[in-house]
Design a protein around this ligand. Structure first.
Ligand code: HEC
Length: 231
């Protein structure tokens, strides 16, 4: 029991000794774009837990903190910063045999160590489910059709998928989508929805890209139907 406990501790985190054990190597490159929600082109399946959307943000904010398992400190050699580094402590489809899961799901010598708060029961359950669903390096585009406000739904989409070709510096088709006032013009003349919906008679947008997920097109439609308010 004692040996097992010691092994677990050294596997995952190392208490205060980490402060002397700093290794200053270059951090790993950022996660590939496929882990960036909004760029995947895949809609979220409500029954799946997504690494890029949920698990990585939880682990990064709770474990990859400065002085702990970030790319610079790597307490006890453990780095919780990317899919690759995290998978060293995960047995796909077997949460109970994964040291990552065991370290967060116990009261004695749990991770993150006090005084940091433990993960919530809900977070622990999501991590367990992600592992038991195969611990995939997956991500999806979060999209909620109940949200169709300009500021929270439409503008982020335009910024991400359109603005590069539709701002004063590069006005594709003479169309500006970089500000509310400019986007409103294309919204009210029907071109914004027509182009993303690939309706006949319109140029299909975003140019040279797959059609946007249905949920995002619906957000734009609802906002336009609402009179394209600046909300
Ligand atoms: C890679 C560059 C590029 C991207 C990305 C892009 N557009 Fe365009 N867009 C263009 C160009 C170029 C035109 C003019 C096409 C033409 O006239 O053949 C155009 C035309 C349009 C038009 C006019 C369509 C018409 O039938 O008159 C609208 C509306 C439009 N884009 C909206 C969007 C929206 C919304 C997005 C993002 C979801 C987007 N575009 C992304 C380059 C782009």
């Amino acid at each position: 029991m004692k040996r097992n406990t010691t092994w677990l501790i050294s596997m995952l985190f190392g208490g205060m000794i980490i402060l002397w054990a700093c290794k200053h190597e270059l951090p790993e490159p950022l996660e590939p774009a496929s882990n960036t929600p909004g760029l995947t082109g895949r809609e979220c399946d409500p029954d799946s837990v997504y690494f890029g959307n949920e698990i990585l943000p939880i682990l990064k904010s709770n474990c990859a903190t400065s002085g702990c398992h970030d790319a610079f400190t790597k307490a006890e050699g453990v780095q919780i910063t990317s899919y690759k580094t995290i998978m060293k402590y995960v047995v796909p489809s077997n949460a109970n045999n994964s040291s990552l899961y065991r370290s967060i799901n116990k009261t004695h010598e749990r991770m993150p160590p006090p005084p940091m708060a433990a993960l919530t029961a809900a977070q622990i359950a999501r991590i367990k489910l992600w592992i038991n669903q195969g611990a995939k390096n997956n991500a999806c585009d979060h999209c909620d059709t109940l949200d169709y406000k300009f500021s929270t739904a439409v503008k982020p989409l335009l910024d991400l998928k359109c603005k590069g070709c539709h701002s004063p510096g590069s006005l594709g088709g003479g169309i500006d989508l970089s500000t509310y006032a400019a986007a409103k013009i294309s919204a009210l003349n029907g071109k914004l929805f027509g182009s993303v919906n690939w309706s006949s008679g319109f140029k299909v947008m975003p140019q040279n890209s797959p059609k946007m997920p249905a949920c995002e097109i619906l957000q734009i439609k609802k906002w336009v139907d609402d009179g394209a308010p600046n909300n």
